[in-house]
Write a protein that binds this ligand. Sequence first.
Ligand code: IMP
Length: 436
Amino acid sequence: MPVVIVVGVQWGDEGKGKVVDYLTEKAKLVVRFQGGNNAGHTVIVEGKKTALRSIPSGILRPDCRCLLAAGVVLDPEAILSEIADLEVSGVDVSPARLGIAPEISLILPYSRAVDRERERVLADNKIGTTGKGIGPTYEDTVSRSAIKVGDLFSDAVLKTKLEFNVRSKNNYLRSVLGAEEQFDLEEMFQQCKRYADRLKPYVCNVSLEVNRAIEAKELVVFEGAQGTLLDVTHGTYPFVTSSNTIAGYACVSAGFGPRLVDTVLGISKAYCTRVGSGPFPTEDRGTVGETLRSVGKEFGVVTGRPRRCGWFDAVVARRAARLNGIDTLIVTKLDVLSGFETVKLGVAYELDGKQIEDLPTQPSDIERVKVIYETLPGWNADLTAVQSFEQLPLQAKNLLKRIEEVVACRVGGFSVGPDRAQTVLMCEQLRDYSGL
Ligand code: IMP
């Protein structure tokens, strides 16, 4: 059984959680490898909706164990309430089902305050973060001051690290950001002790578990969060998240070697969306964008913000295929395009009169590119009950085939609605992973 990495091709919200859930019938492990509760997956099984933030969507499969790897950032308050919510819905989230790496950096209340206040100070230049404290926590990781999950279990280490952090964050909030909010050391210490008791049973050696499962030839699925264009190194910097979202980071975060990866699945909507600020070449601020937003229910799961919408961008998808080594694309939300007389694909860019192969690196240049579109005939039929490629209208088949050509990557499946049963896998290999 293979090692599969699932990544988003665009700016997040492509439907990764749903596809991972679908693929995990046979999986032994599902591993989240980056980001935190800035992600929001909605998985619908038999009409029942579950919103997930930090916990991988494999949690909805009783035989699947979920792990949070070292490169994730974790808000203890948020994960404890996510566990409680899942348990109320009857999902078992005992330590047999969920493991947390001790190397994970903690998002604490001061991280959220710094995130929010910095955005306020940036005003018109803000990134449009989710305000969950993700960026400040990754900063602490690199500056070697982060409080790790493992630190919660030693009072002496916790106190020393908290002392430094509370003092420096209070100072930064007050003196640099001009904020009033301040944090109390003793209060934070007591809060962390409460988290320690609740989180301790979940702590495990993720790298060992992952490597053993791979050695035992189990199916191990790595679930990415956000999308390729939000990668801190290769995305539309500075309008990105603070972690590496691309497939290579699964190895770094979960502690296994790149030679062990078999398949990288790229998940892409049949159109494009983005939340927060930053360049988005195919964005449509007119009626097309509005229709995609309302038909596709394009509002953030975490923040409720309306998502910016536009046509599929093959330049973005080709970049994602290259950066991640994607061998198979799954195109989600194909049903949302029903009713458009014509559908468009952005196939190339022009900058200063010259055709260019890839996104420019400077945001101001990306803002200036002219997208070259291809227009294809649309369709009117409702796709939501479609169960195979053959049942699609000719125009929808042609769109998928054209996406395959312009991205130069096999389309291995598509989805026509939010329910688990509305995902169609076309290639044998993926059907085998999903146990169908
Ligand atoms: P942060 O990850 O909260 O720091 O936000 C940085 C950027 O990433 C902002 O543009 C957010 O809107 C975006 N972002 C973060 N998480 C997600 C996600 O799960 N889906 C889509 N965009 C996201």
